[in-house]
Design a binder for this molecule. Structure first.
Ligand SMILES: NC(=O)c1ccc[n+]([C@@H]2O[C@H](COP(=O)([O-])OP(=O)(O)OC[C@H]3O[C@@H](n4cnc5c(N)ncnc54)[C@H](OP(=O)(O)O)[C@@H]3O)[C@@H](O)[C@H]2O)c1
Length: 347
């Protein structure tokens, strides 16, 4: 069976990456692409790298145009997708790359986003440890999926194994992330101009205000933390794509080095797309560019009494579009890795 798909937000970064990956998916036909101010333009006027889709024209994003497809991807600014999702009752599968359906707590939504709260959908990070298993089991047969925030899933995947195994203290997590500006989207913003970020490292949302904080706490609660607390500081650095998250937490009790490393080894030893590097090795963002891979390095700092996890993720691939398509594959009963690669683009 071939599934028909509509991709909204097709002129943007997340929509563009969904299209790049879907273009190689043998079970999906990209039938419709939609956006907002670019409606009426050829898709390649905004995504000139998507040569195999040069026949497509961008249409306006309306419930009527999105209706009638087997799969609808929403890659819109947060707060926009909720209005469409209510009207997409007939779509077999809807996947939202935005934040509108990620949070289960209305209080957290109001505190960090504001505006109308929409019901939570199945969270699209298959490898996450959740009570009694993995999130992939919840994705089987799902019809509404919330793809993750890129920083949020990177940090959650970094810490969930240690939290679930009880070898780290989840009340004192500190995460500092080097992030590429594509994580903030393509829309023109003065602080993201080349002249502002080239040759500079620029922190933002410092001091507990970043919107991905409640999403990380939600994931770590699912992994077993009663009261996860995180200090979270992203720093924009001059690389188009990529996240390098350095996340640490105190060692819990008298956990041994073997128990600590064993927690991550047993969590990810059988995973394709989340890989723990051998002891002493750390990942680089360039190792995962274009790949659906989260690459993790782990160090145990006994002097500081902390476990340090360094994770590299391509924000547009494993951080968004790859997670969306991996989750789609699981929901539809297709091979989980279809149209996805573990190999990055180097140099
Ligand atoms: N960038 C990432 O790394 C990343 C990672 C995880 C999740 N996400 C999420 O994915 C979503 C899209 O992010 P992005 O980075 O792709 O942003 P973006 O590059 O700015 O693209 C936004 C897209 O939404 C369209 N749009 C804007 N306002 C709209 C409206 N009122 N109605 C319909 N369409 C509208 C734009 O169309 P026009 O260009 O035609 O106006 C464009 O296609 C966001 O919710 C974001 O949080 C992004």
């Amino acid at each position: 069976m071939t599934y028909s798909a509509a991709v909204s937000g097709a002129s943007g970064y997340a929509g563009g990456e969904i299209l790049r990956l879907l273009a190689h998916h043998p079970d999906v036909e990209i039938r419709t692409v939609t956006a907002h101010s670019s409606a009426g333009d050829p898709l390649v006027a905004h995504q000139p790298h998507l040569r195999s889709l040069r026949h497509l024209e961008i249409q306006p994003t309306t419930p009527e145009i999105l209706a009638g497809h087997d799969i609808v991807f929403l890659a819109l600014p947060h707060g926009q997708s909720g209005q469409y999702t209510d009207a997409l009752g007939d779509a077999g599968l809807v996947i939202d790359a935005g934040a509108d359906h990620r949070l289960t707590s209305e209080d957290a939504w109001n505190a960090f986003y504001g505006g109308a709260f929409h019901e939570p959908w199945t969270y699209g990070v298959p490898e996450l440890i959740v009570a009694g298993g993995r999130q992939r089991e919840n994705l089987v047969g799902a019809t509404r999926i919330a793809a993750p925030g890129c920083n949020a899933s990177t940090v959650s995947l970094s810490m969930a194994p240690g939290v679930a195994a009880g070898v780290v203290d989840p009340t004192d997590i500190v995460s500092v992330l080097a992030v590429g500006p594509s994580g903030a989207g393509k829309a023109l913003k003065p602080h993201l101009l080349g002249s502002e970020i080239l040759g500079s490292a620029n922190p933002y949302a410092v001091g507990g205000t970043h919107r991905h904080i409640p999403e990380i706490q939600q994931a770590l609660r699912a992994a077993g933390a009663a009261d996860p607390r995180i200090s979270f500081t992203p720093v924009i650095v001059p690389m188009a794509r990529g996240i390098l998250a350095t996340t640490s937490a105190p060692i819990a009790g008298d956990a041994t080095d073997a128990e600590i490393r064993g927690a991550w080894e047993s969590a990810y030893g059988d995973e394709t797309f989340v890989q723990l590097l051998p002891e002493g090795q750390m990942p680089r963002t360039s190792d995962v560019t274009g790949a659906n891979t989260a690459l993790i390095g782990l160090a145990i700092d006994r002097a500081a009494n902390r476990v340090v996890v360094v994770a590299a993720v391509d924000n547009l691939a494993k951080g968004t579009a790859g997670a969306a398509i991996q989750s789609m594959n699981i929901a539809l009963g297709l091979p989980e890795d279809r149209a996805l690669t573990v190999n990055g683009v180097a140099p």
